[in-house]
Write a protein that binds this ligand. Structure first.
Ligand code: C5P
Length: 223
């Protein structure tokens, strides 16, 4: 039997990461946070002084990223370790997200990260979170979800996430950054953010995480 895949694509702040990790943990499946790979590439570039539009150097960097994802046995959190340094928090900043969306627009970088993403497809199953999981990386996935939410709701959620972590943020500036990132991700020439033709769209604006998780599991295992 082939190893099943669930893809969850959608814009920033729609709740993909939370829903995807919940389902991966319920099912006992692997989890691919593809956005982290773009964030790590951008982080490594900024650290090494590589310009965010130097496609050749960035592609080389992406192809050879010395990154490991380790699960902390204490709290179950995933640590992102780049050349021995835990950069999990550093890559979660808004700045890292924006830098990621710049390097993600470069075809060479996307090509360099493709095989690495497909390597996550292992038994007993995979939940893949990103922008092009159902369209480009895993076009034959068994279940494809496009998870969205209104721009306002996404900005509110990001604001709350940041304040919960004690990081001060400006709601208006966040909303502008989200709109800018959405536009860049949707308008780029390669692998733009778009729902796969066979994806089911779920608008999470008025749904709780649990409700979204139940809906997605219902799509995977219809009663
Ligand atoms: O999902 P996350 O916010 O971590 O992604 C950061 C950026 O990486 C996105 O804004 C997008 O530009 C890029 N990305 C992508 N393709 C993916 C996942 C993320 O282009 N599959």
């Amino acid at each position: 039997m082939s190893v099943p895949i669930l893809t969850i694509d959608g814009p920033s702040g729609a709740g993909k990461g939370t829903v995807a990790t919940r389902i991966a943990s319920i099912k006992g499946w692997h989890f691919l946070d593809s956005g982290a790979l773009y964030r790590i590439t951008a982080y490594a570039a900024l650290r090494d002084g590589v310009a965010l539009d130097d496609e050749e150097a960035l592609s080389r960097l992406a192809a050879a990223l010395p990154v490991r994802f380790e699960v902390d046995p204490g709290n179950g959190e995933v640590r992102v370790v780049l050349a021995g340094e835990n950069i999990g928090d550093a890559i979660r900043s808004e700045e890292a997200g924006n830098a990621a969306s710049k390097v993600a627009a470069l075809p060479g970088v996307r090509a360099a990260l493709l095989a690495r993403q497909r390597d996550f497809h292992r038994a007993p199953g995979l939940v893949a979170d990103g922008r092009d999981m159902g369209t480009v990386v895993f076009p034959d996935a068994d279940t494809k979800v496009f998870l969205t939410a209104s721009a306002e709701e996404r900005a509110n959620r990001r604001y709350k996430q940041l304040s919960d972590k004690g990081i001060s943020a400006n709601l208006r500036a966040l909303a502008e950054e989200i709109a800018e990132r959405d536009a860049r991700d949707s308008q780029r020439a390669v692998s733009p953010l778009v729902a796969a033709a066979d994806a089911v769209t779920i608008d999470s604006s008025d749904l709780t995480i649990d409700e979204v998780v139940r809906k997605v599991i219902g799509l995977m295992d219809p009663a």
